[in-house]
Design a protein around this ligand. Structure first.
Ligand SMILES: Cc1ncc(C[n+]2csc(CCOP(=O)(O)OP(=O)(O)O)c2C)c(N)n1
Ligand code: SF4
Length: 243
């Protein structure tokens, strides 16, 4: 029986992960590992990652892991849960995977009230492919494909994923937004999402604002500030659905 989501060698120490230095996804995943351990569910967990920087986690945890095509991690996990309802499942993906190429899967999993947990990283860009604009890119934000800043006239407005999904989700669904800048809040919301699945209440979805210093071309202080001052103004943190 597994006692921890973390490999024994780095349970209490830092592992040299595969993300860029300062990446917010690495923080989010370490927090997920702590949440799994605190809930003592490592032996029941199946973790699944998408394409995008999330694929760098295909061997991160000491638990059964699946890696899928871009945007397809949610239906993969939904299918797994149907075949193996006793498993506790997490689909981990980026904002391109969840709100662009795989948006239909997010919508349909929520409408079916699949009893799975989706954790989506909002870093306001397509990171792995070099920093193109994503559905979450802020108005005015410069990316490789919006060199003069995103304009609503050309690309519409940033998607508010949790708010959109909350409108269609069934009673019992848990939907929240947090940031990996805030360890305690992030862990609390991930644990609530997992608990929702454990109790069989319904679909659970947590969007995590996470820094991407390499594509944002920001230093540590500016990366933290971009989230805490600019992103949270557009994407307010909180529990969007918890009934
Ligand atoms: C079907 C398909 N189309 C396009 C790609 C190229 N691709 C790989 S990663 C990626 C963007 C990933 O962005 P996101 O999902 O936001 O994750 P991030 O890298 O930001 O964590 C794209 C377009 C692909 N791998 N598969
Ligand atoms: S490109 Fe951005 S999101 Fe991807 S690993 Fe590097 S810092 Fe993290």
């Amino acid at each position: 029986m597994l006692e921890s989501a973390f490999p024994k060698s780095w349970k209490n120490e830092s592992k040299p992960h595969k993300f860029c230095p300062g990446c917010g996804q690495a923080l989010a995943l370490k927090i997920l590992g702590y949440a799994i351990d605190e809930l003592e569910i490592a032996n029941k967990m199946v973790y699944a990652c998408d394409i995008g920087c999330s694929l760098l986690t295909w061997d991160m945890f000491n638990i059964d892991t699946i890696q899928t095509h871009h945007g397809r991690v949610i239906p993969t996990v939904s299918g797994l849960k149907m075949a193996k309802p006793e498993a506790i499942t997490v689909a981990f993906l980026g904002d391109g995977g969840g709100y662009a190429i795989g948006a239909q899967h997010l919508v349909n999993a929520a409408m079916r009230n699949d009893k799975i947990t989706v954790i989506l990283i909002n870093n306001a860009n397509y990171a792995m492919t070099g920093g193109q604009y994503a559905p979450t890119t802020l108005i005015g934000q410069v990316t490789d494909t919006t060199p003069i800043g995103r304009k609503a006239e050309a690309f519409g407005n940033p998607i508010h994923g949790p708010e959109m999904i909350a409108q269609i989700a069934a009673p019992g669904a848990y939907i929240a937004r947090t940031t990996s800048n805030n360890f305690d809040d992030c862990k609390k919301k991930i644990k609530k999402a997992l608990q929702n699945q454990i109790e069989g209440r319904g679909f659970s979805f947590v969007e995590i604002l996470a820094m991407c210093p390499v594509n944002w071309k920001t230093n540590t202080v500016d990366s933290l500030e971009f989230i805490d001052k600019k992103m949270t103004e557009v994407f307010p943190l909180g529990e969007i659905k918890n009934d």
